[in-house]
Write a protein that binds this ligand. Sequence first.
Ligand code: PAF
Length: 293
Amino acid sequence: MERFDTVRGIRDYVSRERSRGQSVAFVPTMGALHDGHRACIEVAGEIGDAVVASIFVNPTQFGPGEDLSRYPRPLDEDLSMCENWGVDAVFVPEAGEIYPAPQTVWVEVENLSVPLCGRSRPGHFRGVATVVLKLFNIVRPDSAVFGQKDAQQALVIREMTRQLDLPVAITLSPTVRESDGVAMSSRNRYLSATERSLATGIYRSLQHGRETIERGETEPVRVAGDVRRRLEIEGIRDIEYVELLSAGDLSLPARAKGKVLIAVAVRVGTTRLIDNLCLDVREDGKVDEALLF
Ligand code: PAF
């Protein structure tokens, strides 16, 4: 695996690969890698000849008082994971390489950035969309892979790619869960043993939402209410949101039919955790777990 810390270095690498007729699949990350990233890297290996990953804790997507300064940065571990998982080149820029001057140009994806995490993290998706566009322009990949765990982020990036005519195919990788249902996340490292055990209630609550729909409830607010009550029963009382929205555009559907997203954000101790379930609710009432797109 080759490592590049500069824009010039990774650009030259990608140009070389392209001139050899290789396609490039890209997995942007903020490091603190886990099996969710591994799954994205495996998908990238299936769709591209050369796999490029980036490790960059992007300051512009953190708000004041958020966890930027304590975000885990186990770089040596991350690099050996990338190597073991088949990454061909890793881009590890310093903040000054990505933001050589104060950023005054931003990518704002309206509508999709408004609900869910957009409400509690103003400016977050602007930071994400801007850095991903910068990374796409630096790496110039043919395709890029994102995890469904960050469903709203994936929708925002797909829309940016579409509306700005970027020649990058966006692919999703399903959420990877621990055996007890907890979704893999770099922030799980913050959890104490008690909090980690409480966090298992998130997936059970999402599954409870699915069962509510399977029992015939199609009123979105009632389904979300059921999930919220279940979270409370599980001992998770600091609930930022529980919503059932259309999976395509994050609007509130009249009924829970077709592809819907049950999305939750909660705080366990001081750690903010998000999770979701994307469901395909058929007219005959059958419900399957689905990919967002
Ligand atoms: O999902 C992440 O790790 C980050 O939001 C991303 C896409 C790498 C942008 O900083």
